[in-house]
Structures are given as structure tokens and as C-alpha cells.
Design a protein around this ligand. Structure first.
Ligand SMILES: Nc1ncnc2c1ncn2[C@@H]1O[C@H](COP(=O)(O)OP(=O)(O)OP(=O)(O)O)[C@@H](O)[C@H]1O
Ligand SMILES: [Mg+2]
Length: 463
């Protein structure tokens, strides 16, 4: 593989020399430029995967370089080096399409990590994502973020990846639990093995055992041929049990046994098979409370929770919003064959104000939708959904708690049902039809939302 190419632009010689030494040591091909104008000359004749540029320089600033790069080679990522305390201009630069900024003085491993992430996105945008929204299938998506909170998560991921430890990932819906599990798998020595995700809440209770453990031919009516279970199908790889809190008690026992003995028994079979899988579990419920209430087995809880990773909600790490928004913008505009280079400053400001009850997934959906509507080359605030512009999410808006009883009386059941239907519809719409997220927004279980969707005949195609 060819070395990735980085253009370093800085007017300070010592900085250039230091970066050159470091980046070459990391195996990159490095070009040095002394100021913005010099940098643009290089950009005219060469292709770079990444431009690392100082913000304030004589003869064309870092922002000029950014604009030049975005116009001439949109797949090239730009990271700005800024002086400490210039946060605001850096945010403006993110709206203009910079991948990220890093404040001087910085730690080398921090820079290294940011560069790796930017290059991963650049690779993804140039080669990997099939245009026109083709299925991304197995392609690993990068996890981006710059806040101290998400950096702590990255640290733990790096640390636990190499050991076989069980990891429990907790956090609100849409915070990136599955992505984190995938990142652990990919950075582990099982990366070449399968990564299997099982949503415990989505499999009907009576099928759970046969789905998870498999069954042999003739085990029950309809079991015509032997079927490998989901757990054995993760052999040599990583198994993610998502929404572990939805696992019924009798299955909790079986999972515990599997962990302890590393063996599974298919339904109707007498022969146990050995399984070698790394277990990652995830939940947006409070398992500790469930243990206290007696609905989740304590012994299983301790087995799963050897290391816990708590995914921080997006509202607690707003610094990540510009980076994530920019990343999604690049991804979706490439995927839809558009060339949206940047976003209006107001668009980013509105996003920074919004509380994101649906976390990163909601941001992703908002950007996807805005990209779909955008016809110009800058993402306009007009394409943000109305509830984002109002600056408040669900739970902040006034909900009517007093409904006057009409003089002629009313059908209470029917009135409540119509309110319930409307809230379910709203929740599904807000989460682009994602039932797990909608259930979370409404504070009900996945099973319960599925039941209500059926009961009210909500057609998911209408969402
Ligand atoms: N740090 C991140 N960088 C890039 N994309 C992210 C990040 N975090 C989350 N996403 C994206 O947001 C979406 C939701 O993430 P994910 O499915 O991992 O969340 P989750 O916590 O498992 O949600 P749920 O509880 O609803 O299952 C995914 O499309 C994922 O790719
Ligand atoms: Mg998930």
C-alpha cells in the first residue's frame, strides 16, 4: 500500500520540522510548505490525503487554504492547527468544512489519533463508500469525536480490545454503543473473525433459544434441517448481545452457563459444542436497578460487567457536534453524489443549541435529511427540521396536562388512545422509524412499542 500523503503548512520552522520528523516516523509521506500561498501551490500539482495547516500565517491563512482545498479536492481532509483559545474561529472553520482543529500546544499521541481518524474518513469518502446509497455492508465506519468524554471512551476501547474481557456498554439510545462494540472487535486480535450482533429485544421470546443456540433437525415441528445458532456463528469472533436487559430470566440462566462453560447446546441436540467468542453486551436500561428489583440475575450482571463503558449523551459533549455534523455531511453528500462542501454558520449554530434526545443517531438523521433536500453547495439552515430550529427537543416542550372535558362528555379510552397514537407516531417520525429509539424516547420497552404499533395500525411506510 502506498503511504498516505500529508501536506504540512506552518510558518514556524520548528513546528514544521517537528511535524515532519514525527509524521515520517509514523510512515506518512510528508510535504512541507511555509505559508498558505506556498501550500496552495503544492495543492495545485499534487494530491494529498490530509492537509495539516496553521490557522494564522502570512500570505493566505489556514482558512484560505481550507477554502482552496474544499473547492479543488473535496475528499482531502483538513485539520487546522490553532493557537490556544481561538475556539470560535475554529468552529467557523468546521462549518467551512475543516475536518477538525487541534489547539497548540498539543500532545503527539492526540495529534496521531486525530490524523488517523481523518485519514480513515478520507479513505472512506474516496474509495469505500459506494455512491448512490449502496449498502455499506460490512464496511467498518469510523468513530469520530474530540471531546474529553469521548476520548475517555476511545482510551478504554484501546485498552480492553486486546484482552478477552467481557465488556458492558451502557448509554442512551443512539450514543454509539454498537459502533463502540464494533471498534473493540476491530481493534482486537479477533478482527478477522465474525462480529455478530443479536438484538435480544427483537427476537420473539419463544424463538430466542433456538435462534441463539441453534437447533437440530426434528427438534420441533418445522425444524426440517439443522440450523447453526447465532452464538456459534460468532465462533472465533465477537458476539454482541444488544439490549441485554430484554433477555427473559430463563435465557439469562442459559447465557450465564454459556459464559461459564464456553459451550452451547442446540435445541434437540445432545452434543454440546465448544464456543470461542468474546462477549460484549449493551443496554440502555439500568441493569443495576434491574438486579435490585430481581428482574436481572446478579451473577450474570457481574459476569458481563467486568469492564463497563458508559457512552456519554451528545448533549454532554457538544464539542463533538461540529465534528460529527461535518463527518455526516461528507458521508451523505458523497453517498448521494452531491458536492455540498460546507454548512452555513447558522446551521451549525442551530445544531449546537439543540439537545439531541436521540443523540448521535438523531444528528445523523438530521444531516441525512438536510443533505437530501439541499440543492446548493452549502448546507442551509432551512433544511433542518422545525423542532430543531425551535431549539428544544421532546421533554422541553409543553405537554398539555389538562384537557378540558367537553360539555357533552367524551370517550376517555378513545381520547387517550388517540393521544397515545399521535405520540407514538411523532416518536417514530423523529427517529426515522427506528423502533428502539422511539421506544426510548417514550420511555417504554421495545416489545411494548411493537405491540402499540400493531394495535394502532401505524404504517411504518408513512413515517
Ligand atoms: N462517535 C461516532 N462517530 C460516528 N458515528 C457515530 C458515532 N456514534 C454514533 N454514530 C452513529 O450513530 C448511529 C447510532 O449509533 P449506534 O447504533 O452505535 O448507537 P446505539 O447506542 O447502539 O443506539 P441504540 O441504543 O438505539 O441501539 C449509527 O449510525 C452510528 O454509526
Ligand atoms: Mg444499538
Amino acid at each position: 500500500m502506498n503511504a498516505q500523503r500529508i501536506l504540512v503548512i506552518d510558518d514556524e520552522r520548528s513546528m514544521r520540522d517537528m511535524l515532519e520528523l514525527f509524521l515520517k516516523g509514523e510512515g506518512y509521506e510528508v510535504t512541507l510548505a511555509e505559508d498558505g500561498r506556498d501550500g496552495m501551490e503544492f495543492l495545485k500539482v499534487n494530491n494529498y490525503d490530509l492537509v495539516l495547516t496553521d490557522l494564522k500565517m502570512p500570505n493566505a491563512s489556514g482558512l484560505d487554504v481550507l477554502e482552496f482545498v474544499k473547492a479543488s479536492s473535496p475528499a482531502t481532509q483538513v485539520i487546522l492547527l490553532t493557537a490556544f483559545g481561538t475556539h470560535l474561529s475554529a468552529l467557523g472553520a468546521m462549518a467551512e468544512g475543516a475536518f477538525d482543529f487541534i489547539e497548540k500546544p498539543f500532545k503527539m499521541d492526540e495529534l496521531k489519533f486525530q490524523i488517523q481518524r481523518a485519514l480513515r474518513v478520507s479513505e472512506l469518502v474516496t474509495n469505500q463508500i459506494a455512491p448512490q446509497g449502496e449498502d455499506l455492508g460490512f464496511l467498518p465506519l469510523p468513530m469520530v469525536g474530540r471531546s474529553p468524554a469521548i476520548n475517555r471512551v476511545f482510551d478504554v476501547i484501546r485498552k480492553v480490545a486486546q484482552s478477552p474481557t467481557s465488556v458492558l456498554i451502557t448509554g442512551e439510545s443512539g450514543t454509539g454503543k454498537e459502533l463502540a462494540a464494533r471498534a473493540i472487535h476491530e481493534s482486537s486480535n479477533r478482527a478477522k473473525g465474525p462480529f455478530v450482533v443479536i438484538n435480544c429485544g427483537a427476537i420473539p421470546e419463544n424463538l430466542l433459544e433456538s435462534e441463539l443456540f441453534g437447533y437440530s433437525a426434528g427438534a420441533f415441528t418445522g425444524a426440517v434441517a439443522t440450523k447453526t445458532g447465532l452464538i456459534p456463528s460468532a465462533q472465533g469472533g465477537t458476539l454482541m448481545l444488544d439490549e441485554i436487559g430484554e433477555l427473559p430470566q430463563h435465557m439469562q440462566v442459559k447465557i450465564l452457563r454459556t459464559i461459564q462453560e464456553r459451550k452451547v447446546l442446540a435445541v434437540g441436540s445432545v452434543e454440546e459444542i465448544h464456543v470461542d467468542v468474546r462477549l460484549i453486551t449493551a443496554t440502555n436500561q439500568n441493569l443495576e436497578n434491574m438486579v435490585r428489583r430481581g428482574t436481572f440475575r446478579e451473577d450474570l450482571y457481574y459476569r458481563l460487567n467486568v469492564v463497563e463503558i458508559e457512552m456519554p449523551p451528545l448533549r454532554d459533549r457538544r464539542e463533538d457536534i461540529p465534528l460529527l455534523a461535518g463527518y455526516f455531511l461528507r458521508r451523505f453528500s458523497h453517498q448521494t453524489g452531491k458536492t455540498i462542501r460546507a454548512m452555513e454558520k447558522e446551521t451549525l449554530e442551530a445544531l449546537l443549541q439543540y439537545p439531541f434526545p436521540g443523540n448521535v443517531r438523531e444528528l445523523e438523521n438530521i444531516i441525512e435529511r438536510a443533505v437530501a433536500f439541499e440543492t446548493q453547495d452549502r448546507l442551509s439552515i432551512d433544511h433542518l427540521p422545525p423542532h430543531v430550529l425551535r431549539g428544544h427537543g421532546l421533554g422541553h416542550g409543553p405537554l398539555p396536562t389538562e384537557i378540558p372535558l367537553p360539555p357533552e362528555g367524551m370517550d376517555l379510552e378513545e381520547t387517550l388512545a388517540s393521544i397515545e397514537r399521535s405520540l407514538i407516531f411523532d416518536a417514530l417520525r423523529r427517529t426515522s422509524g427506528n423502533q428502539t429509539d422511539a421506544a426510548e424516547l417514550l420511555g417504554i420497552s421495545f416489545r411494548s412499542i411493537r405491540y402499540k404499533i400493531q394495535k394502532y395500525g401505524v404504517d411504518l411506510a408513512d413515517i
